[in-house]
Write a protein that binds this ligand. Structure first.
Ligand code: C2E
Ligand code: CA
Ligand code: CA
Length: 416
């Protein structure tokens, strides 16, 4: 029996189980470009290993309720129950595509593949697993044909345009929101900083997190207006805190793509000046992919910002392949240790030692050490003992709407 013959009944079972009231199901065909060449060059064992690692990437990119099947040498079938609407299904496709942005490391050999995704929705595009499978395949072929990373089955509309239009309109109409998450300074015992995190509630009232729409924006030109919006919205709230006698640092996430924009540093500095926030209280957070994209350009932009007092944090430290190499060139002022390490610290001595080592490296280079993803008191205490400077995580405070955060803070100040 071939793989499809195994998978179809399992997909059908999921369709049968999920109630229509909870929302439609989506069936996705995910095919990895370049797998066949990799197999022919490096052998079938290598191919199998890449498939295993790829499956993990996809599993990490989707929700716990979603199911990932391996359907051949280069293909996966992903079933997403309760997707609410098409936008939601397409955003999941974007996440899967984005999961392959970084090369997979198999042994010594990096593998850089690209995922192309076809999407079909139950019940709109079929009620049986077989029909959905076939239509997701057709959508996949359509995506390949038009050179997109994904497509949805529907001969008469291009759904990417729907998603693009919806996000663009909402950015332009200032309908995205800023959430602030507090950071606790372990040296002063105060909440001294917030990280600004974008939120999008679509017209259909679906709250979409940035892990879903930022990769989509990055793949289109929307990342430019989105970054402009994020800078201004974050600084506006920060300015309110400063004016109200509760000055606080604000950390803003910058996507690697915007560094190549002409005059980007001036745009940031201009926004800081307009809102009247001291540049020393603004931190831009960059992940290392920023540097891998265009090291020289990124360093130039960041130096210009540093010269004017803006601080620079390396985000998600420890997750990339080049962490140490780029520390040499990077004009950073702080280092944010990735959540995956902090989260795994409990009860794992080796991870604890790693986190300690990262804090020490930061200090030796004259950088502040920040731990993100602190979810319990035990981890917090260990980080205090390790001499970490700042901590962030659900245990300190969850992200909340920036308006509410600002109001709460200003009310607390006026009580004193
Ligand atoms: P990040 O910069 O690493 O942001 C931290 C993420 O971890 C946030 O997710 C936050 O809600 C989550 N988090 C914080 N504390 C905890 C914890 O204790 N446990 C767990 N499990 N999670 C925690 P969020 O808001 O979904 O943001 C995801 C990513 O999207 C961010 O990762 C950042 O890279 C990106 N992002 C967010 N807003 C923007 C934006 O305005 N522009 C750009 N370019 N990227 C953004
Ligand atoms: Ca960040
Ligand atoms: Ca981070």
């Amino acid at each position: 029996m071939n793989e499809r013959a195994h998978i179809l009944p399992a997909v059908q079972a999921i369709l049968d189980r999920s109630s229509v009231d909870a929302g439609p199901c989506a069936v996705l065909i995910v095919r990895l470009q370049g797998m066949r060449e990799a197999q022919l060059r490096f052998g079938y064992d290598f191919g199998s290993e890449v498939m295993l690692a790829s499956r993990e990437r996809i599993v990490d990119a989707v929700r716990h309720v979603d199911t990932v099947f391996v359907a051949g040498d280069d293909t996966f079938v992903v079933v997403l129950p309760m997707v609410r609407n098409r936008t939601h299904a397409l955003l999941a496709a974007t996440r899967i595509v984005a999961a392959f942005d970084k090369a997979l490391l198999r042994g010594e050999r990096p593998w850089h593949g690209r995922a192309v995704v076809g999407v079909a929705i139950h019940p709109d595009h079929g009620v049986t697993a077989e029909w959905l499978y076939r239509r997701a395949e057709l959508a996949h072929d359509e995506a390949l044909r038009i050179g997109e990373a994904f497509a949805i089955y529907k001969p008469d509309v291009t759904p990417v345009e729907i998603l693009y239009g919806e996000l663009r309109e909402d950015i332009e109409a200032n309908r995205l929101q800023v959430a602030f998450q507090p950071l606790h300074d372990l040296r002063t015992g105060e909440i001294s900083r917030v990280e600004s995190l974008a939120r999008w509630t679509t017209a259909a009232q679906v709250v979409v997190g940035p892990n879903d729409f930022i990769p989509f924006a990055e793949r289109s030109d929307l990342i430019v207006p989105l970054t402009r919006w994020s800078l201004n919205a974050s600084l506006r709230h920060a300015a309110a805190l400063h004016r109200g006698g509760c000055p606080m640092d604000v950390a803003i996430n910058l996507s690697p793509r915007v560094f190549v924009e002409q005059g980007f540093a001036e745009q940031v500095l201009g926004a800081i000046e307009i809102w009247g926030v001291p540049p020393q209280s603004v931190i831009v957070e960059i992940t290392e992919t920023a540097l891998l994209t265009d090291m020289d350009m990124s360093v130039r932009v960041l130096r210009r910002l540093r010269d004017c007092g803006v601080r620079v944090a390396i985000d998600d430290f420890g997750t990339g392949y080049a962490s140490f190499a780029y520390l040499r060139h990077f004009p950073a002022t702080e280092l944010k240790i990735d959540r995956s390490f902090v989260d795994a610290m409990r009860g794992d001595r080796r991870t604890e030692l790693l986190v300690q080592a990262m804090i020490d490296v930061a200090h030796r280079l004259g950088l502040e050490a920040i731990a993100e993803g602190v979810e319990d008191e035990f981890t917090l205490r260990r980080l205090v003992e390790m001499d970490c400077d700042l901590v962030q995580g659900y245990h300190i405070g969850r992200p909340m709407p920036a308006e509410a955060f600002v109001q709460e803070r200003l009310a607390a100040v006026s009580m004193v």
